[in-house]
Structure formats: structure tokens, C-alpha cells
Design a binder for this molecule. Structure first.
Ligand code: FPP
Length: 255
């Protein structure tokens, strides 16, 4: 960690310029474990501790939406032992976290093709979603068996089915109607995407929704992503000028 990041604190952040929606690609668990001669699953286990700390901190900071890429559609292709271990960790996490979500007024949601998950996990997730449904603090969304391209294809199919049923007209399709067919209906687009673990790619995550998001990549692996690392990313975001295709001058005149 640099000298600058070690001195960063929560009080350095401007509360009025926090991202409304923060999305995170939590990468580097396996490499973290390998570097310590540990099995990969130990990296995921340590990663769960980071999830707990970051969720709690984002909620306390007043971030309204936090979306975590916990299991991609492509992750099913990993060795069976790793997939099974990840599913067990997920089940344990949800069971353990519901009381904490209730205490912290966190609403829980998921995005992705949940039907591919084991039935006991689907039941656990549904329970967490319904128990926290009336909380109105931060919305925590876990992306599970999620793929951005699959999401877009599903949205196109759902829209086409409505056209065939006479409930939609092709000429009425615009960006906001299309977005309502995505898993993220009623969730605003992310303002900031953080990816840990040193890779600089999107990996099929929120392809539509990230169109205007600020991107932040760090070498730090997810198990080592501390609160100070989070503050550093948020400070970096706060120093950026978001232009949404306008000129800098136009944006400043709007403020
Ligand atoms: C990437 O690390 C991470 C994942 C595939 C899953 C993320 C899972 C967790 C943080 C733990 C489970 C989460 C919850 C919410 C229970 P990687 O294995 O691809 O790391 P590598 O690139 O170093 O191999």
C-alpha cells in the first residue's frame, strides 16, 4: 500500500459525491491463496470476510446500491470441487447475513439465472429477498450465475414474446423500455465499477448498465481489499468529471 492510501480515512470522502451505485468485480481470490500455498477455496473464504466488511461500510457510508459479481455464468466451468465449495460458502453467507442485513436496513436482491443454482440455495436466496423486502437502506445485489450477454439475449426474447402476445409494439421500443426487461429493472446504472485483482476487463458483467460508469482497477486482490482501499477508489471517483458525452464546460454550466 502506498503512503498516500495508508493515510486515507473515511472523513476524506465528500458524502454528497459518493456513487449512488457501486458495482464490484471481486477478483484475485485464487491467486491470493496460491501465493500463500493455500487451496483456492481459502481465498474465497477470505473473500467472504472482505464482502462482509465492504457491505457494512458501504451501507454506513450511505451508498444506496451495491452490486457484487459473486458467480458468473462462466464460473460453472470451474472444477466441480471449487463450484461446490463456492455454493456452500454462498449458502452459509446468506444464512449468516440476513440478521445483519435486517439490523443494517439492507435490502437484498439477486441478478442472474438463479434457476441454475441448487434448489436449497435458491430457497435460501428467496428467503433473504423476502425477509429484507421492506428495508429501505442500501440495496445489496449479488450477481449469481450472471452473464451480461445472456441477460441481453433474455431481454430481447422477453420483449419479442410481448410483441407476439400483442402487449408491446416494436416501434415503441426505446432504451428505457429495453432496460425494464433486464435483471436490473428498478436499479440505477452503476456510477462506479471497481475491479480488484489486477485484470483490466469487464468479463461479461453488466454490459448494458456500465455504458457511462467510471472504471477503477486495482492490483490489490479481493481478500486484501481493505476499507482504506475502498476509500482510495471512492476518492479517485470523486476527483473525476463525468461528462456523459457533453463538453466539460457544458457540464460545469449545468451544476
Ligand atoms: C474471483 O476470484 C472470484 C470469484 C469467482 C467468486 C467471488 C466469490 C467470493 C468473493 C466469495 C463468495 C462470495 C459470497 C458473496 C458468498 P478468482 O477465483 O477468479 O481469483 P483468481 O483470478 O486469482 O483465480
Amino acid at each position: 500500500m502506498t503512503e498516500k492510501s495508508s493515510s486515507i480515512d473515511r472523513s476524506d470522502l465528500l458524502s454528497e459525491r459518493l456513487p449512488g451505485h457501486l458495482a464490484i468485480i471481486m477478483d484475485g481470490n485464487g491467486r491470493w491463496a496460491k501465493a500463500r500455498m493455500l487451496p483456492r477455496i481459502m481465498g474465497h473464504r477470505k473473500g467472504v470476510q472482505t464482502v462482509q466488511a465492504i457491505v457494512e461500510e458501504c451501507s454506513e457510508l450511505g451508498i444506496k446500491f451495491l452490486t457484487l459479481y459473486a458467480f458468473s455464468a462462466e464460473n460453472w466451468l470451474r472444477p466441480k470441487t471449487e463450484v461446490t465449495a463456492l455454493m456452500m460458502l454462498l449458502k452459509k453467507y446468506i444464512k449468516m447475513e440476513v440478521p445483519r442485513m435486517m439490523r443494517n436496513n439492507i435490502r437484498f436482491r439477486t441478478i442472474g439465472n438463479l434457476k441454475e443454482l441448487p434448489e436449497d440455495i435458491q430457497a435460501e436466496l428467496e428467503n433473504a429477498i423476502s425477509e429484507t423486502a421492506s428495508n429501505n437502506g442500501m440495496t445489496l445485489t449479488l450477481a449469481l450465475s450472471y452473464g451480461g450477454r445472456q441477460e441481453l439475449v433474455n431481454a430481447a426474447k422477453s420483449f419479442a414474446a410481448k410483441v407476439i402476445a400483442g402487449e408491446q409494439r416494436i416501434d415503441d421500443l426505446d432504451e428505457s423500455t429495453f432496460a425494464s426487461f433486464l435483471y436490473t429493472d428498478n436499479i440505477p446504472d452503476p456510477d462506479l465499477l471497481i475491479r480488484t485483482g489486477g485484470e483490466m476487463r469487464i468479463s461479461n458483467f453488466l454490459l448494458w448498465q456500465l455504458a457511462y460508469s467510471e472504471l477503477y482497477f486495482t492490483e490489490t486482490s479481493w481478500p486484501e481489499f481493505s476499507l482504506k482501499e475502498l476509500y482510495k477508489a471512492l476518492l479517485d471517483y470523486q476527483a473525476r468529471e463525468r461528462r456523459f458525452g457533453l463538453t466539460g464546460e457544458q457540464v460545469r454550466n449545468l451544476m
